[in-house]
Design a protein around this ligand. Structure first.
Ligand code: 2HA
Ligand code: ZN
Length: 286
């Protein structure tokens, strides 16, 4: 009895406060910035962050399942994996104030048709309605980049606006963004993928997003928003921030009367060489 109590006390002392975990701090900091950038009105947007077991054991007893939550998607390919996922109907605005309400940490069960909740969703939430798109995108990204850990969805304003005013053609859309800011080609040399308009929350949009994720880290959902992928949330944020900056400059240039001069294709080509990135083949007129 004494020994059991000692062990229990020992364990309680050993567990660290999860709000101090680097991945939670990163998510709290950046969701606040993203909200303040105007990319997350109301409950819009969602993110999923693949976590390593060794990142979690200091903070959580991984055998203590709070709830089991069914998912309408075959997640067998991700069985046993841990994800931090924003909750459905929850607001990015509130993560910084109440992370345990908005966020959940899940383990995909062996059968792949449900997830075990290990932490969060304190007021009864479930994972984002876009979970199929997230999980399918993780599978796709991991197949081309084993370092990929984050999938992120937002409603970045100027990129969204461009999906109304610009041709929905990946090459021409990408070229506009590359030419509006010298940094853009360096940050997304593979360009930007574009889907047709599809119904959010469905397996169909999930499958289409995942297929594109094999080639692009940034995807436009026309008249809706964006999907981004990266090794952490910082990288996803930087990717969207850079593309959105180009889109904002494009908006301003149009309102100032249009383009008078621009970065030439030859300059873009030289930029790629200087920064050791390869612009997507066929996208420059060289
Ligand atoms: O999470 O943005 O596309 C709410 C959405 C769905
Ligand atoms: Zn959305």
């Amino acid at each position: 009895r004494l020994m059991r109590n000692t062990l229990r006390v020992g364990k309680i002392i050993k567990m660290k406060n999860i709000l101090e975990a680097p991945f939670i701090k990163e998510v709290m900091l950046l969701t606040d910035v993203m909200y303040k950038f105007g990319w997350h009105e109301r409950n819009s947007g969602n993110l999923s962050y693949l976590l390593k077991e060794e990142e979690l054991t200091e903070y959580l007893d991984l055998n203590e399942v709070k709830r089991n939550i069914p998912i309408a998607f075959d997640g067998k390919a991700l069985a046993g994996k841990y994800f931090l996922v924003t909750g459905t109907g929850k607001f990015f605005k509130n993560v910084i104030h109440d992370p345990a309400d908005v966020l959940g940490i899940l383990k995909v069960t062996a059968e792949g048709n449900s997830v075990d909740l290990l932490w969060g969703y304190e007021n009864g939430a479930a994972p984002t309605s876009e979970l199929p798109a997230h999980l399918m995108s993780h599978i796709a990204r991991l197949s081309v980049d084993p370092e990929n850990r984050v999938v992120y969805h937002c409603h970045a304003t100027n990129l969204l606006a461009m999906s109304f005013s610009c041709e929905l053609d990946e090459r021409s859309f990408t070229r506009i963004l590359w030419k509006m800011c010298t940094e853009s080609l360096v940050v997304f040399p593979e360009g930007v993928g574009i889907l047709p308009w599809l119904m959010p929350g469905t397996n169909e949009i999930g499958e289409a997003t995942a297929e594109k994720m094999k080639e692009y880290r940034l995807i436009v959902w026309p008249h809706h928003g964006l999907y981004a992928a990266g090794k952490d949330l910082e990288e996803c944020f930087g990717l969207v921030e850079t593309a959105e900056k180009s889109a904002t400059v494009y908006t301003l240039v149009q309102s100032q009367g249009g383009i008078r001069q621009e970065i030439t294709d030859e300059q873009l080509s030289n930029l790629g060489k200087r920064f050791s990135v390869t612009p997507r083949a066929g996208y420059l007129n060289i």
